[in-house]
Ligand binder design. Structure first.
Ligand code: GRG
Length: 292
């Protein structure tokens, strides 16, 4: 099967599970249901849940078992985007090619839609039966990555550094938490569900950390070189908010070089998996040249 077909197959699995899960609830006020679905089905790339399925497969597991964790990660990611776009944070008008959640539903409902998705994520993971030791470790890892030591902590550093000068080291540290932690947890939770060994887990952690940074660098590059229609959000939004980025600190050429070397380093971390690492290596290359 080609890389594109494998990617499409994983994406379809995620889409259909999310659709089924979101439909299955009764007694939910229509407005919050619509607001949650609006952002969850707005056309995201589903990168993180795809990584969870791939993390499970590379360790010899059945990706179906990782689907609830994959979808939980996507819900947490979507909640973070809804909150990040709020006037109290980045105050963005477009996301995934559509007006942001608060532009359509108002700020109060957007806050609640994000909160609702976060709760759904945990409801989903904790509802897995049988809920064994692997599930417990995967859920705990995802909770930590989305929290104060991970994404929330990184977002705080982001808010605190708006308009300030930052060293490249501090920028890396911020992104390791803000974007990298959840990307890494996507892979690791899948690996845990797939029954990885301690050694496999540490190789995948190394891969995830480098992939997370590479992903963020490409995000910064696209904020300068991308097209609004393709990217689905405003271009130059970082610069307009005076945010330190890889491009603003080391320039476009150096950012591209850093992206290339991180991509190679990431792939090197999983070479021990042999042919089993093919999909993740192809995905790493694909993300380096992504246009949205
Ligand atoms: C508000 C708690 C809270 C956290 C926000 C991740 C984050 C923290 C904010 C997102 C801001 C941002 C645009 C970061 C750049 C990297 C990133 C996460 C991009 C969006 O992820 P994609 O490209 O989006 O995977 P899609 O829409 O494809 O899912």
């Amino acid at each position: 099967m080609s890389f594109e077909s494998k990617l499409a197959e994983k994406r379809e699995l995620i889409e259909s599970f999310l659709k089924r899960y979101m439909q299955s609830k009764e007694g939910v006020p229509g407005k919050i249901q619509r607001a949650m679905e609006y952002s969850l089905f707005a056309g995201g790339k589903r990168l993180r849940p795809i990584l969870t399925l791939a993390g499970c497969e590379i360790c010899g597991g059945q990706s179906l078992q990782a689907v609830p964790f994959a979808c939980a990660v996507e819900m947490i990611h979507t909640y973070s985007l809804i909150h990040d776009d709020l006037p109290a944070m980045d105050n963005d008008d477009y996301r995934r090619g559509k007006p942001t959640n608060h532009k359509v539903f108002g700020e109060g409902i957007a806050v609640l839609a994000g909160d609702g998705l976060l709760n759904c994520a945990f409801e989903l993971m904790l509802g897995v039966t049988p809920f064994d030791e692997r599930c417990l470790r995967a859920a705990r890892l995802i909770a930590g990555a989305g929290g104060r030591e991970g994404m929330i902590g990184g977002q705080v550093l982001d808010l605190e550094n708006e308009g300030k000068e930052m060293s490249i080291g501090d920028l890396k540290e911020m992104h390791k938490k803000k974007t990298g932690a959840l990307i890494c947890a996507s892979l690791l939770s899948g690996a845990l569900i797939g029954g990885c060994s301690g050694k496999e887990l540490s190789c995948i952690r190394g891969f995830g950390e480098k992939l997370g940074l590479a992903f963020q660098i490409q995000d910064d590059i696209l904020d300068v070189t991308g097209e609004k229609e393709v990217l689905g959000k405003d271009i130059g939004s970082d610069a307009s908010k005076n945010k330190p980025t890889y491009v603003s600190i080391i320039g476009l050429d150096e950012s591209r070089k850093m992206l290339e070397s991180l991509t190679a380093e990431a792939k090197n971390c999983i070479k021990g998996f042999g042919d089993g690492a093919l999909f993740l290596k192809q995905l790493t290359d694909y993300l380096m040249v992504r246009e949205f």
